[in-house]
Structure formats: structure tokens, C-alpha cells
Design a protein around this ligand. Structure first.
Ligand code: ASP
Length: 348
């Protein structure tokens, strides 16, 4: 057996009865087993099969794009960039086209990328006109001495470097716009009525689904991580989440793990969730699954929700999400294997 299956996640999944044989890396000395893993955000567990299907195909396409890079001997950085671009171009995801709206009706895009071999990173925040924010993040990393560029400066940098720019209307989708109206109604209700105050504002109803993340290990043993999002529906204009914050939403270090997060970013930032997975792996010698679960537990303890994907330097994979109410779209593709996409239905 080429890969050693360390465990299988319990539960039922769309995409496969018992979920993939997880953490199927290998400690075989000197051998590297390249892999790409992606997520497409979290949502309520009552997701229908139809809703799963709509996003299954683009997720597979994204995995194939990343896998093709790895198969040609390309870098983990190029693999995660290729995968994220597919999802940014698909209107079903909250990244690039299809991004959620701010309270004032804008689309403000956040993205980041990190190279585990050099620990260089780049991030874009609050960009309004770049078609593929992940390319903006890479630009910051490759062409500037900064790590995070936000707002007008981000769009200006992208334009000056010839990246494709679009009007705000390019990002528009009716379902995200409707979600904004619904969120505003709900917020009004929450403010207006004593009774409604007792019902919690569920930040991960379907309208929030769709932040995207990709992590990869290439044949040279290099790890990379990338995340892209429109943030959270009805966020304050100017609000920046965890996705463009290195260590919070994205992290990669060849000595430990590559991580991408999705969820209530304002909490992930307080936990430094992505770096926390690396720290637990490196200093507490937890395996990558346990490290992801422990980091998610910390997010949950502060009232947050969401999910984490991770790969360690040996190609073991870890998937964790706040299971009580949520599922997380996730998928993986090893070299020579068919890409698989999963949605957890919860344990029976
Ligand atoms: N983490 C993103 C943010 O807070 C949202 C998400 O992943 O759903 O901006």
C-alpha cells in the first residue's frame, strides 16, 4: 500500500459513505507524496444533496487544476494558486465573483498566500476591483517588500502590475445580494425586539458558505497555503477578517504544516488559528488531525465557528470543523488518484 491510512473520520458524507481514508501520508524515509487539499467554506448541516452537487464540480475542477501542477513537478505555490483561481471565478463561492456584500453594499475581497519553504507571504485586503485576489496576494509577496496591502493601495498595485481589473458589478450575484437584505432584516429584528434578542444570529447559514482555501505539498517537500474570501455578509465596510492575516487564516512552514481556515474570522484572529495548528504540531508534537481539532476547539471556546484544513510535511492531512451545527466542504487529490470532495452529514 502506497499510503498508510492512519484513521478515517467518523460519520456520513456526501461524496463518500465514510469519508476518505484521512491522514494518508507516509513516513517512508526520503519519499514525498504530493497532495493538494481544498475547502469551500462551512455551512449548516442541513445542506441538501443539490446544494452539495452545485459546488462539487467546481471543487473537483479546482483540485484537478492543482493536481495538474503537482503532476508536472510544479510547486505547491503554483498548485494552490491554480486551485484558488478556479474557485474565485465560480459564482457559487464567496471569493472573487460571488463574494458576499458589506453592510453598505460593496464587495471587499481578502486573500493571502504563504510559501512554507521561504516563509515568505503576501496578502490583499479590502480590494474592490481585482478579478482574482489571490494573484494580488502573490504580487505583494513577489514584487514588494510588504506582506499585507489593503484598500485602494491594493487595487492600485494590481492595476499597475497589469492584473485583470473589473467593476464592482462583476462580483454581483442575486443570492448574495438577497442574503445581505436578509441579514439586515435579521439584524434589525435583533435590535428591535426583546424576544428576537434571545435567538442567536447564525453567522453560518447558507449565505455565508463559500470562502475558499487550498494547501499543497509538492515533490520537493515544499508546503504552501492560500485562502480567498469576500468575508462575511453584512460586515462593516472596511472590516478585515482572518483570511488575509498570516497566522490567522493562512500559514505554511516546511518544518511543520500548511493550513487554511474558514469561519468567524474575528475569532480566528484572536486564536491565531492557522499558526496554532503549526505550533501544536511542532511544539506539542500532536499529529496534524489532532492539532487541527485542538485549534478548532479554541475557536469554539471563544464563540466562533468554522473549519480548518491542514497537511503536514509528510503529507498527512487533517480536517476539523465545529461539528455541532456545521459542515465543511473539503476535498483532496493525491497524484494519480481521482479528486474527491466531501460534505459531512453528521454522525447518525
Ligand atoms: N473567515 C472569513 C472571514 O471572517 C469568512 C469565512 O470563512 O466564512 O472573513
Amino acid at each position: 500500500m502506497r499510503y498508510e491510512a492512519l484513521f478515517t473520520l467518523k460519520g456520513r458524507f456526501y461524496g463518500g459513505e465514510s469519508g476518505p481514508a484521512r491522514a494518508n501520508g507516509c513516513e517512508c524515509a526520503g519519499e514525498i507524496f504530493p497532495v493538494i487539499v481544498i475547502h469551500g467554506g462551512t455551512s449548516g448541516l442541513d445542506l441538501t444533496k443539490e446544494e452539495f452537487k452545485i459546488r462539487e464540480e467546481p471543487m473537483k475542477k479546482a483540485l484537478l487544476a492543482g493536481q495538474a501542477v503537482l503532476e508536472k513537478g510544479g510547486s505547491a505555490m503554483d498548485a494552490v494558486t491554480a486551485a484558488i483561481m478556479v474557485l474565485e471565478d465560480d459564482p457559487n463561492f464567496n471569493a472573487g465573483k460571488g463574494a458576499v456584500f458589506t453592510a453598505d453594499g460593496f464587495n471587499e475581497l481578502d486573500a493571502s498566500i504563504m510559501d512554507g519553504s521561504t516563509k515568505k507571504a503576501g496578502a490583499f485586503a479590502m480590494a474592490r476591483h481585482i478579478k482574482n485576489p489571490i494573484l494580488g496576494a502573490r504580487l505583494v509577496m513577489d514584487k514588494t517588500w510588504h506582506t499585507l496591502v489593503a484598500g485602494e493601495g491594493a487595487d492600485k498595485l494590481a492595476k499597475e502590475n497589469g492584473l485583470e481589473m473589473v467593476d464592482q458589478k462583476y462580483f454581483f450575484t442575486q443570492f448574495r445580494y438577497d442574503a445581505l437584505q436578509k441579514a439586515k432584516e435579521k439584524q434589525k429584528l435583533l435590535l428591535d425586539s426583546e424576544k428576537a434578542k434571545k435567538t442567536s444570529l447564525n453567522l453560518h447559514e447558507r449565505p455565508y458558505l463559500g470562502t475558499v482555501g487550498a494547501i499543497a505539498l509538492d515533490q520537493n517537500g515544499n508546503l504552501a497555503a492560500a485562502t480567498s474570501t469576500g468575508g462575511m455578509t453584512n460586515k462593516m465596510t472596511g472590516r478585515i477578517g482572518d483570511s488575509p492575516i498570516i497566522g490567522s487564516g493562512t500559514y505554511a512552514d516546511n518544518d511543520s504544516v500548511a493550513v487554511s481556515c474558514t469561519g468567524t474570522g474575528d475569532i480566528y484572529m484572536r486564536v491565531n488559528a492557522a499558526h496554532e495548528v503549526s505550533a501544536l504540531y511542532k511544539y506539542k508534537t500532536q499529529d496534524v488531525q489532532k492539532a487541527a481539532e485542538d485549534a478548532i476547539a479554541q475557536v469554539k471556546a471563544l464563540g466562533g465557528s468554522g473549519g480548518i484544513i491542514s497537511i503536514d510535511k509528510n503529507g498527512h492531512t487533517g480536517f476539523a470543523w465545529t461539528k455541532d451545527k456545521l459542515g465543511m466542504y473539503h476535498g483532496e487529490a493525491r497524484l494519480g488518484a481521482k479528486p474527491i470532495v466531501y460534505w459531512p452529514l453528521g454522525e447518525k
